[in-house]
Design a protein around this ligand. Structure first.
Ligand code: 13P
Length: 252
């Protein structure tokens, strides 16, 4: 019922020529992967070439962030209207690096989520606890707050495209992966929160991705649990073979 989604977050890597080369090598490797929604999130300067290179294929292009206004005096920002205009379909919202280095908060996540839904972009809202939160038993409190504020005021009738990415901060770029049990427990908790905040029907249909040191050799164990509907991949998505392998290993 929930279509698996695997997204690449390239972060601040790949100039346009590198994005084009990646896609040229990647497309043949995933040509038969129709069961999985595949999304590449390049940097802003590689969006145009990535859209061009994936035109007519099943691979979608997403942005790594956006502002929530349609336009205005917001130097350096990109709006949902601008993303729509070039056919970007997905957008990451509230990645932990955006929260850590660019002052994003649960409140800004909420503004961005509303804007993404209003503009028919598929929002991938990132949540996750820090190491200290987990060690002090506060993981669920942190997730609850991120979701309660992040999803505040969202009309359940318009929330169907919502995707959540559970990315424990201690697992991002560290090589430390959540065990399948830790990930499944967190995803189950997130789904229960969505049921409370939005509706049980939306909770049942919302895809919840796992992110944090997903690699070809751990993808199968992480992607196929009851409440895990795919992955958001950083480092291992930079290489076409490795990312295609993650997709293949997740769809067994
Ligand atoms: P890594 O896969 O490099 O740990 O990054 C995860 C991530 O931040 C994806 O958004």
């Amino acid at each position: 019922m929930r279509k698996p989604l695997i997204a690449a977050n390239w972060k601040m890597y790949k100039i346009p020529a590198e994005a084009t080369a990646f896609i040229g090598a990647f497309l043949p490797l995933v040509a038969s992967q129709e069961k999985t929604e595949i999304v590449l999130c390049p940097s802003m300067t590689s969006l145009a070439v990535s859209l061009e290179a994936t035109k007519g294929t099943q691979v979608h292009i997403g942005a790594q962030t956006m502002d929530w206004h349609d336009n205005g005096a917001f130097t350096g920002e990109t709006s949902p209207v601008m993303l729509n205009a070039i056919d970007v379909t997905h957008v990451l919202i509230g990645h932990s690096e955006r929260r850590q280095y660019f002052n994003e908060t649960d409140e800004t996540v909420n503004h961005k989520l509303k804007a993404a839904l209003a503009h028919k972009l598929v929002p991938i809202v990132c949540v996750g606890e820090h190491k200290a939160d987990r060690e002090s038993g506060r993981t669920n409190d942190v997730l609850k707050k991120q979701l309660t504020v992040g999803l505040q005021g969202i009309d359940p009738a318009a929330a169907a495209p919502l995707v959540i990415a559970y990315e424990p901060v201690w697992a991002i770029g560290t090589g430390l992966t959540a065990t399948p049990q830790i990930a499944e427990d967190a995803h189950k908790f997130i789904r229960a929160q969505i049921a409370e905040i939005l509706s049980p029907a939306i909770a049942a249909s919302t895809r919840i991705l796992y992110g944090g040191s997903v690699k070809p050799d751990n993808a199968a164990s992480l992607c196929c649990l009851e409440n895990i509907d795919g992955a958001l991949v950083g480092g291992a998505s930079l290489d076409p073979t490795s990312f295609a392998q993650i997709i293949a290993n997740s769809s067994i």
